[in-house]
Design a protein around this ligand. Structure first.
Ligand code: NDP
Ligand code: 2IT
Length: 450
């Protein structure tokens, strides 16, 4: 048998994806981002080419799309679309969040599910990759409406998940409130208290300590590891952060705890600049408790101001943490950040930096951490939650945070070492993709053609 070269193989697989999914730009972007870095690994592993590992990896094992009918507070029946893409289970049960946002469609869920395979592999926690969600928009909905939506969503999802098959969690628009409603309905339908079927639960009923904080804290730990390797640190440095949800809030909190100063936060309506450093308690109150707009933060905080146009990337800083959504940091933004002296960029969000912007950062020698490595602390702590649920145990905060810290150090080491091994030391994109791919590919190879 004569095998194609790695380059020809990657080209052929990419063309197949484009042919099968021509209308899925986010998914195609995520596939390109991974496949374009795999030439050195495939050159070392013709067995992966022969076994069709890439051909299988880009095709989800299962994709579910379902109707989610619910009744709003006026008595009107509404219909949303629900998704769960069970992408790859070579390393363990499908694991990944649910996103509730009007922009959710199959392309978005598939890009997130694809990323999740590699991210989960990097955590070394034996979890496969999946993602789900709905085009339901929780903003402006009452708690009762959100509950009815979650109950209807779970009435279908219940048939497809389980602690040994598929374990959803939160993502944009899905936090502790939604996980509570989803779990309640799961328990009611199945008549089983299967705590490990969802993660991000309330800490009083099976949730892990530090799961809420884990993604944001983890992204800062990763940024710190990159800086320490370069002989630098976080203390005394300015950071710009986008978003004001779960990930952004705890990234800001950890930056301040480590002696840095996070000076921005944003939402879809604009951003705030607070040169004294963001007041995390006020941010939690405004965005978390009151579910108000970020402009309200500036209204209540002397010295802070709200900007409705442009983006946080217009504010010069040494550390940049995109923690809102995909493709929010463009080439133009990258040029501005580089001109402003940025040293490290770590993606708290999934795929927030466009491919052109990533290239600019790398060319300029900026330390750049892709989301699948930098934001892996969230799902890693979800896996720790599953372990605690299975053992019917509960770890305290110190143990939980120190495990998270260790995992992020290990993800950094594995990523850096792979970047060296495959010929581009310090290229964390290539490092993360290669290290994760080898782990998943080897498991697929050993498990046969399935
Ligand atoms: P939240 O819903 O808690 O917060 C999302 C934030 O991003 C809000 O400030 C929101 O503003 C803003 N945002 C969302 N969509 C858009 C948009 N289209 N345009 C502009 N702003 C937007 O979500 P999370 O903090 O949980 O998630 C943020 C990112 O982190 C996502 O990319 C997610 O996939 C990723 N992530 C999350 C993990 C987790 O554990 N939660 C784990 C790993 C990654 P507004 O309120 O105005 O919409
Ligand atoms: O993108 C992600 O890693 C998440 N939204 C968290 C997934 C999880 O299962 O905790």
């Amino acid at each position: 048998m004569s095998l194609p070269t790695p380059e020809a193989h990657i080209r052929a697989v990419t063309e197949t994806v484009q042919h099968r999914s021509p209308a899925e730009p986010e998914f195609l972007q995520a596939v390109h981002e991974v496949l374009d870095t795999l030439t050195p690994v495939l050159a070392e592993h013709p067995d992966f080419i022969e076994a069709g590992i890439l051909d299988r990896l880009v095709e989800p094992e299962r994709q579910l799309i379902f109707r989610v009918p619910w009744t709003d507070d006026t008595g009107l029946v509404r219909v949303n679309r629900g998704f769960r893409v069970q992408f790859n289970s070579a390393l363990g049960p499908y694991k990944g969040g649910l996103r509730f946002h009007p922009s959710v469609n199959l392309s978005v869920v598939k890009f997130l599910g694809f990323e999740q395979i590699f991210k989960n592999a990097l955590t070394s926690q034996r979890i496969g990759g999946g993602k789900g969600g709905s085009d339901f928009d929780p903003s402006g909905k009452s708690d009762a409406e959100v509950m009815r939506f979650c109950q209807s969503f779970m009435t279908e999802l219940v048939h497809h998940i389980g602690e040994h098959t598929d374990i959803p969690a939160g993502d944009i628009g899905v936090g502790a409130r939604e996980i509570g409603f989803l779990f309640g309905q799961y328990r009611r339908i199945t008549q089983r208290y299967e705590a490990g079927v969802l993660t991000g639960k309330g800490v009083g009923w099976g949730g892990a300590e530090v799961r809420t904080e884990a993604t944001g804290y983890g992204a800062v730990f990763f940024a710190e590891e990159m800086l320490l390797r370069a002989g630098e640190g976080i203390e005394g440095r300015r950071a710009v952060v986008s978003g004001s949800g779960n990930v952004a809030t705890y990234a800001i909190e950890k930056i301040q705890q480590l002696g840095g100063k996070a000076i921005t936060a944003s939402d879809s309506g604009g951003y705030v600049v607070d040169e004294q450093g963001i007041d995390v308690d006020l941010l939690k109150r405004v965005k978390g408790v009151e579910r108000a707009r970020i402009s309200e933060y500036a209204a209540r905080r002397p010295g802070a101001h709200f900007v409705a146009t442009g983006s946080v990337w217009d504010v010069p800083a040494e550390i940049a943490l995109p923690c809102a959504t995909q493709n929010e940091l463009t080439e133009e933004h990258a040029r501005t950040l580089i001109a402003g002296g940025v040293r490290a960029v770590a993606e708290g969000a999934n795929m927030p930096t466009t491919p052109g912007a990533v290239e600019l950062f790398q060319q300029a020698g900026v330390l750049f951490a892709p989301g699948k490595a930098a934001n892996a602390g969230g799902v890693a702590t979800s896996a720790l939650e599953m372990s605690q649920n299975a053992a019917r145990s509960r770890w305290d905060r110190d143990k939980s945070e120190s495990r998270l810290h260790d995992i992020m150090r290990d993800v950094h080491t594995a990523t850096y070492e792979a970047s060296e091994r495959y010929g581009r030391p310090g290229d964390y994109v290539l490092g993360a993709n290669s290290a994760a791919f080898v782990t998943v590919a080897q498991a697929m190879l050993e498990q046969g053609v399935i």
